[in-house]
Structure formats: C-alpha cells, structure tokens
Design a protein around this ligand. Structure first.
Ligand code: OGA
Ligand code: MN
Length: 239
C-alpha cells in the first residue's frame, strides 16, 4: 500500500464532517466535530456521546477488517482481570476480542483519529495520557457484558475509555445497548444504541456501564487511554 494512499485515507478520516442527524436525547453534533462539547461533557458529567463521530466509510472498512480476523479464527473469548488474575467468565461477558496492532489500513486510520483525540484531551485537560490500547469486540447474538467499571483507582492506569460501534444496519429490536450509570447514585443514565459511527467516551474510573444482551451479532472497538504511572515499581505494560 502506498504512503500517499494511506495519507488520503487518514485525511478523509480526519476531515469528513460527521452528519448532524442525531437520535433524540443525545447532544447535537455540529457540522464539523466540536471537541469543546466533548471536553465540557467529560469535565461536567464524566462522559460524552457523539453519533457519527467515525466516517461511515471507515466504519465499513473496520467492520470488514474485524470480520476477516474472525474468519481466520483470530478473535478470542474475552476475559476479565489482568495478568495472573485474568479469568474467562461467561457469566460476566460473552464477547470475542482482538487487539488492534495497526496491521491494516483501516486500523491505522482509526489509530490516527485516536491520536488526535489523545492530543486534544492532553492539551485541554492535562491528563498526561501517553498510550492507547484498543480491541475489536464481537458480541454474538445472546452475549452481554455485566455492569462494571473499566479501571479501579490506583490499580491500573486506564484513564479514559472510548467505545465506537461498527454496526451499519442496527435496528431497535437488535437491543445490545450500552447502559451508562451515574457515578454517584448508580442510577441508569442513558442507553446508547451500538450504531456505526457512534463514539462513547468516559472517565474509566468513574462510570459504571454494561452491555445489555444483544439480539444480533454486535461489533465495536473498545479502547483506553492510559497514563504512565508506575505500579509496584514498574510501568504497567499495555494489556
Ligand atoms: C468494555 C465495554 C462496551 C461496549 O469492553 O469494557 O464496556 O459497548 N464495552 O462494547
Ligand atoms: Mn467496559
């Protein structure tokens, strides 16, 4: 693949303005993506949702990339916990995952967009984010991920969670919404339909959330911006 081609795809991914038609109840996205509303959302509420954040063409390429990996049996049942504490637990989550490594043009375009987002978060919020790790996830029909937080204060260095969805023909009957809970009251805040292009972004330590049982195969990319605080005298490696 030529560098020029790659540049064009990244260029397109960075510059295509998100379309403004939104499901009621979500903040209205401006004609070109407004980082101010994302920053304000994170500061005031600890979360932010934007429909049409990822260009449709890029969503389709990522979806194809994911399905190709699935055909090659390169997705693995997801676990919970890290390192020695890593456990498979189908009662908690039933998705299959594959960590992105930039090995396709689609992944490179996506990672370029996330670098842009990381730079904005660091510039505006001084979060000291230095790394981004993310995985494709496929939830087969019937799968869910029970209520959880992504990061426990002081135990990991995941600071900001991103989830983007790749499902281009999602219908209400397919269910599989991500439910966000209020950090303090623990009451349900919002159900987000996993429609292609939607970005959910929240502070990893603050927002409990869950994936409600899905009625159709459901695809996403879940990712975490990390800061490099060392834990137990060593820098916690990604993953
Ligand atoms: C996760 C997660 C949500 C989703 O992977 O930790 O909460 O909607 N994913 O895929
Ligand atoms: Mn999560």
């Amino acid at each position: 693949m030529s560098d020029i081609h790659l540049e064009r795809v990244i260029d397109l991914a960075l510059k295509t303005p998100p379309s403004p038609d939104l499901v009621s109840g979500l903040p209205a996205a401006p004609a070109s993506f407004c980082f101010t509303s994302l920053i304000d959302g994170l500061v005031e509420k600890r979360w932010f949702v934007a429909e049409n954040y990822l260009p449709k063409a890029l969503c389709n390429q990522l979806q194809q990339d994911l399905l190709l990996l699935h055909e090659q049996s390169l997705l693995s049942p997801a676990g919970i916990g890290r390192g020695k504490n890593h456990l498979l637990n189908e009662e908690v989550r039933g998705d299959y995952t594959h960590w992105l490594d930039g090995s396709s043009l689609a992944q490179q375009s996506y990672l370029a967009l996330m670098r842009e987002l990381k730079n904005t978060l660091n510039r505006e919020l001084f979060l000291g984010l230095f790394e981004y790790e993310c995985h494709y996830a496929l939830y087969p029909a019937g799968a869910f991920y029970k209520k959880h937080v992504d990061s426990f204060r002081g135990q990991t260095n995941r600071k900001v969670t991103t989830v983007v969805y790749l499902n281009s023909a999602w219908q209400t009957k397919d269910a599989g919404e991500m439910r966000l809970y209020h950090p303090k009251t623990q009451q349900p805040l919002l159900d987000v339909a996993p429609r292609s292009g939607t970005l959910v972004c929240f502070m990893s330590e603050d927002l409990p959330h869950e994936v409600l049982p899905t009625n159709a195969d459901r695809t996403s990319i879940a990712g975490w911006f990390r800061c490099n605080t060392s834990l137990n005298g060593r820098i916690d490696p990604a993953r």
